[in-house]
Design a protein around this ligand. Structure first.
Ligand code: PSU
Ligand code: MN
Length: 306
């Protein structure tokens, strides 16, 4: 009955947490399944650097040899990035088998939240979360990320969600589950590559301090569950909305034609969109992740003062 057998936390992260210094968790599915090699590894390392430059300790999470590993090394990031789609994309339901068999896995938003919570990390920065897929009324494809936000006490900083999802239904689901959706410097839910989606967030906030105060209150009152901070892609890197709508529609049509389903659909769509935009979507993706890492570090810093 010891958790240590299945949880490994780097010395650096352990020490930072023990001294109440800011730590930001980072996911690994974005490395293995979200971007091609070598941009995936370059981005993961740049993101860690961005967290450090903003005064926090990065903790990239993955499953390595059957352990939920928090604060993996540069070599392990390189390994996951090179292996790419051959690594198991690990969501909550995959954990029992990967851990008992001693396997490796790349953690999604859901499993990165689990690892962060087990280690005691409160803030996690990524690109986009999974959500309710378009057509979910017949496919029932709803990401486990949403259930995790409902139950695990970690704040997730993202750039909203892509319109490969049904953003309206995703917001309804989060409301039902009691997850607060904040917009950093915006009233409108950002749509990943684009700053606008036509949907409203629950509350606009303009400082990391306000976000930290909300996280603090949530914890004092034992409200449980996560909190979602949506941070729009910087103006200069945002993509044209009409173009993205058209390309995403094409990518979804291709996925339907090829019968892509389940855990394969998100990586398939990301890759297709990259091809359709001749790589411009990947460039935007990298910029928005860095932007979220910066905000994540600022929130963790404010939180460590409370
Ligand atoms: N959205 C992105 N890039 C990603 C993902 C989502 O723009 O890499 C990944 C994240 O790891 C997220 C997962 O948690 O996809 C969601 O997958 P699914 O829809 O199968 O739950
Ligand atoms: Mn799914």
């Amino acid at each position: 009955m010891n958790l240590e057998k299945y949880l490994w936390v780097s010395e650096e992260v352990k020490q930072a947490l023990a001294e109440n210094r800011p730590v930001v968790a980072l996911e690994s599915t974005i490395i293995s399944h979200g971007m091609p090699y070598p941009q995936n590894v370059e981005t993961a390392l740049m993101v860690e650097k961005m967290v450090r430059e903003n005064g926090a300790v990065p903790a990239t999470v993955a499953i390595i040899g059957g352990k939920i590993s928090v604060g993996i090394s540069k070599e392990q990031i390189e390994y996951l990035g090179k292996k790419g789609l051959a690594v198991i994309k690990a969501s909550r339901r995959d954990l029992p088998m990967l851990l008992s068999r001693g396997e490796d896995g790349a953690t999604t938003v859901a499993t990165t939240m689990i690892g962060a919570a087990l280690a005691g990390i409160k803030v996690f920065a990524t690109g986009g979360i999974g959500g309710v897929h378009r057509g979910a009324e017949t496919t029932m494809d709803i990401s486990a990320d949403l259930e995790e936000l409902a139950q695990t006490d970690v704040t997730v900083v993202c750039a909203g969600a892509k319109s490969i999802l049904d953003l309206g239904l995703t917001l309804e689901y989060l409301e039902t589950k009691g997850v607060t959706v904040l917009g950093y410097g915006t009233e409108e839910l950002p749509a990943f590559y684009c700053r606008k989606s036509g949907f409203k967030v629950d509350y606009r906030v303009d400082t990391a301090k306000e976000i930290a105060a909300a996280i603090h209150v949530k914890s004092v009152c034992g409200l449980g569950g996560g909190l979602l901070v949506t941070n729009p892609i910087p103006e200069e890197y945002a993509m044209d909305e009409a173009e993205m709508t058209a390309q995403i529609d094409k990518a979804i049509a291709a996925a339907n034609e090829q019968g892509i389903k389940g855990k394969e659909i998100t990586p398939f769509l990301l890759d297709k969109i990259k091809t359709l935009t001749e790589g411009r979507s990947l460039a935007a993706n990298i910029k928005l992740v860095l932007n979220n890492a910066r905000l994540g570090a600022a929130i963790a810093t404010e939180l460590s003062k409370m």
